[in-house]
Design a protein around this ligand. Sequence first.
Ligand SMILES: [Mg+2]
Length: 241
Amino acid sequence: MVVKAVIFDWGGTLTPWHEVDGRAAWVAFARGYGTMACALNDLTAGLLAADQAAWQAAREEHRSRTLAEILASCGVEPSSAAAEAGLAAYWDFWEPHTLTHPGVWPVLDALSSAGLRIGVLSNTTWPRDYHRGLFERDGVADLIDAEVYSCEIGVTKPHPDAFHAVLAELGVSAEEAVFVGDRLHEDIEGAAAVGMRTILLEHPMYAGDHLTPSTAVPDDVVRDLSEIVPLLTDAGSVGRG
Ligand SMILES: [Mg+2]
């Protein structure tokens, strides 16, 4: 089957893998929001718990929640001026953890030049505009043909609907697409279940204790994204017209 599209996970795949202090992110929000002392601790604890519950629902029920829902569940009106100030501080906190890996542009450029369409499928509570802004900031937005964010479709990887959503946006069948991700359960097992070829980006930092166990076996394993270019652009293996 001719490969026509490559679909990437976002966190840990297109961004370098980072350990992030989730509580510190919500402390930043609460400070920006204008709370202090005990109120700051209470709001931070509430938002952290709501965020963790959202990720638990993503893992265990494959349901996706939005950032606005997390805020609202703690009594924060998402469109209020105070919330916007909180979010500005929250995004500032996240800034160093959202940088596109410097090796991504040459990889996407090579795949795109070989005639492949590029997609992104991310489990996320963050809005499309924010994600899109990161790709624009880092100069890769023009190389991405379709983006699907779980919070917009209500389900998370490995739910098959998530993969079908991005395949539909790209206009390709599962058999014509390759999925590249860093998690065995969400990315590799999910993509393989709908019929996609899979490539695992392996992270030496993954201890595995926060990951859902999986016995999925990827079609290929790489340690660096640049390794996927020869895998997918060897003569005869890509669609050039
Ligand atoms: Mg990932």
